[in-house]
Design a protein around this ligand. Structure first.
Ligand code: HDE
Length: 712
């Protein structure tokens, strides 16, 4: 600090006056310049020449050879030949959306970041959700971590919060990331499996790397098969800093909480969806936004005063640890709403370039060694992925503030800099552009003035040494059904591992140190000898359970945006369909009418009802619940229709709410099913209420042991 330059006189400070602060759609407006609408326009070459014939190459005679001089054909094919860019090394499969963030109040006591100080300001955002392992065209519903990357186009520059849907990570130090990614990616000889971690190299690595134990149990939990992108939490993972106008720094952990609740698929459903609708999550998000069901997340932080940095039983710089909400509750900051789909997948979702190093005044890094490595990696990867250092000029990445600096040239430069000086200091351009000294607000960026006094050393801090306590805390915090799912997931994944010594190592050296019962059950499923208690001495911890970690405690308060399939055949009770549709609409939920084919169905009173799809076209895995209206002829037809019967059995097996109305009750006998809390029979408003309550519970967990016997 002592070497600070003298303050620049106010009159010479670079102004923010070029910025229209009232413009809440700043990003969308800035993209407008680049959006291209071909309606009413002539087809032209890239040089602007109108094309007369886009069907035929120039040839010597109608049946003769093509001519090299055909610049129109050559330009078109050349461009096509170079259409692909390298996909992301990880997180290649993703989907994006535009929206905005709005702060609840002025959080200036916590941070000087402008977008968190002004509750009237809507800051444009672009969000990209992703899976990690699979390539660009892989399935959405695989068991995997989900990326949750948010780009805030703030008045003070671009801020990227590049997080995941799980609050911890597999490794503690960035230097291990290539090892981890090589292990989780498909086997090198046959490039299998696509999109998942159920193979030898992944389990070889994690069974040898105990620091992964906590994250791996998250990946084996229901969190790795989210119901939708709209029902996922997001986490910044690392500890960051927030700095207020007085320069006071506090540590923070970022959390995103969906207002739609946090819930998951069941495993059989996730596997089936991977085949029946590879784009399941992408489609759900797209359709929700198109229908006006704008997904929302609350952004919050856990705040840790600097003096409490060492007050925990773990190190807050260790990215394999979370801070239980029971120890540090979340302070809500504001809400993000996604309200617009991209116009062009490649231009926006594929070319968006996130980097944890993109921060704004009021936010800063911690010394988490994983975060520190990320600060280098992301810009580096964009340079080869997006073809050079000018990727910030690609429309989706452009800051909403005009950029001026001395950086020049390089591939794909699109800015035409007018001044003569690309150096500083200069006098030919009167010294512009100039530095802005740090200030309470609107100042230049200043790194937090942290004192570092240390030896240069390659060493892992001893405070990072406990790899099992929080994995145990996570397992203990699960509801009974969540524990069963974790046991089943380890058993499934390790069952795909060919080398028995890897299976045994994971069970005996990792799982037995987390929880002996977990290890015993998995060993049993794999046919391995019963494991002995783990040998690692765990420190005494003050918390046995963290209820905030269980999705059983994260259900939404309503059934808004839930999807219900209505199964019908000719002779259906039309009034029952109307009543259900009306009741669902009142709850903000959606219904789709499905018939044996895509042809309209006839109601008992002779009306023709168009259907949304056939039952095969929109399978039960695409819905939250199923309603079967009465009508003697319709029920008779459905009772003899294998697709309809399978539909119901599958919904039952996936623990979904089912309502059988009027004559539909007969289906219980046909299917040999019994009424339960989510299988409701009746034709009155009371049964509708019970049906909606069951949908609100997301799944009928009490049915799960019984449903295992159902052959769907
Ligand atoms: Fe990433 N990560 N990562 N990562 N990551 C990338 O950047 C990397 C890590 C995350 O939708 C890459 O643009 C290293 C943690 C998301 O475009 C790459 C390390 C977390 C996305 C990269 C990590 C993440 C990425 C690949 C360890 C959660 C997708 C392409 C030091 C907090 C962003 C790219 C999008 C993408 C490197 C660890 C989240 C290669 C070196 C921890 C959400 O640069």
């Amino acid at each position: 600090m002592s070497t600070k330059k003298p303050a620049t006189p106010k009159s010479e400070l670079a102004g923010t006056d070029t910025l229209d602060r009232s413009n809440t759609n700043a990003k969308l407006d800035s993209l407008e310049t680049f959006r291209s609408d071909a309606t009413g326009q002539a087809l032209r070459t890239n040089q602007g020449v109108k094309v007369a014939d886009n069907q035929n190459t120039l040839k010597a005679g109608a049946r003769g050879p093509s001519l090299l001089e055909d610049f129109i054909m050559r330009e078109k094919i050349t461009h096509f030949d170079h259409e692909r860019i390298p996909e992301r090394i990880v997180h290649a499969r993703g989907t994006g959306a535009h929206g905005y963030f709005q702060s609840y109040e002025n959080h200036s006591a916590l941070t000087k970041a402008g977008f968190l100080r002004d509750p009237a300001k809507k800051t444009p955002v672009f969000v990209r959700f992703s899976t990690v392992q699979g390539p660009r065209g892989s399935g959405d519903t695989v068991r995997d971590v989900r990326g949750f990357a948010v780009k805030f186009f703030t008045d003070e520059g671009v801020y990227d919060l590049v997080g995941n849907n799980m609050p911890v990570f597999f490794i503690q130090d960035a230097i291990k990331f290539p090892d981890f990614v090589h292990a989780v990616k498909p086997e090198p000889h046959n490039e299998m499996p696509t999109g998942g971690s159920a193979h030898d190299t992944f389990w070889d690595f994690v069974s040898l790397q105990p620091e992964s134990a906590h994250m791996v149990i998250w990946a084996m939990s229901d969190r790795a098969i989210p119901k939708s992108l709209r029902s996922m939490q997001g986490f910044g993972v690392h500890t960051f800093r927030m700095i207020n106008a007085e320069g006071k720094s506090r540590f923070v952990k970022f959390h995103w909480r969906p207002t739609a609740g946090t819930c998951s698929l069941v495993w059989d459903e996730a596997q089936k969806l991977a085949g029946k609708d590879t784009d399941y999550h992408r489609r759900d998000l797209w359709e929700a936004i198109e229908m006006g069901d704008y997904p929302e997340w609350e952004l919050g932080v856990q705040v840790i005063e600097e003096e409490n940095e060492h007050a925990f039983e773990f190190d807050i710089l260790d990215p394999t640890k979370l801070i239980p909400e029971e120890l540090v509750p979340i302070t809500p900051l504001g809400k993000m709403t996604l309200n617009r789909n991209p116009d062009n997948f490649f231009a926006e979702t594929e070319q968006v370039a996130f980097c944890p190093g993109h921060i704004v005044p009021g936010i800063d890094f911690s010394n988490d060694p994983l975060l520190q490595g990320r600060l280098f990696s992301y810009t580096d990867t964009q340079i080869s992925r997006l073809g050079g250092p000018n990727f910030h000029e690609i429309p989706i990445n452009r800051s909403v503030i005009p950029i001026h600096n001395g950086q020049r040239d390089a591939q794909h430069r699109s800015t035409i800099d007018k001044g003569r000086a690309s150096y500083e200091p200069n006098s030919v351009d009167s010294g512009w552009p100039k530095e802005t000294p740090p200030a309470a607000v609107d100042g230049g960026f200043e790194s937090y003035y942290e004192r570092i006094d240390a030896n240069k050393i390659r060493q892992r801090s001893e405070s990072f040494g406990d790899h099992f306590s929080q994995a145990r805390l996570f397992f203990n915090s699960m509801s009974d059904h969540e524990k069963e799912h974790i046991i089943a997931a380890y058993s499934f994944e390790l069952g795909k591992v060919e080398r028995e010594f890897i299976r045994a190592r994971q069970v005996n050296e990792i799982l037995a140190n987390i929880d002996l019962e977990l290890a015993r059950r998995v060993a049993q499923n794999l046919g391995l000898p019963a494991p002995k208690a783990g040998t690692v001495q765990l420190p005494k911890t003050s918390l046995d359970r963290s209820p905030a970690l269980s999705q059983a405690n994260l259900l939404p308060a309503d059934i808004k945006t839930r999807k219900v399939a209505i199964l019908a055949a000719d002779g259906v009770d039309g009034a029952a369909i109307d009543a259900m549709k009306k009741a669902l609409k009142a709850e903000g939920a959606h219904a789709k009418l499905l018939g044996p084919t895509s042809a309209p169905v006839k109601t008992a009173d002779g009306k023709s009802l168009p259907v949304d799809a056939s039952m095969e076209g929109l399978p039960s895995v695409a819905f939250d619940a199923v309603f079967v209206p009465g009508g003697a002829t319709s029920i008779k037809a459905l009772s003899g229709n294998g697709v309809a019967l399978h539909y119901l059995l599958e919904a039952y097996k996936h623990l979904k709410a089912i309502a059988l109305h009027g004559e539909a009750k007969q289906l219980l006998d046909v299917l040999k099913l019994e009424v339960d809390a989510g299988l409701i029979v009746g034709a009155d408003t009371k049964s509708f209420k019970a049906f909606f309550a069951a949908i609100g519970q997301h799944r009928v967990w009490e049915r799960e042991p019984k449903a295992k016997a159902v052959p769907a």
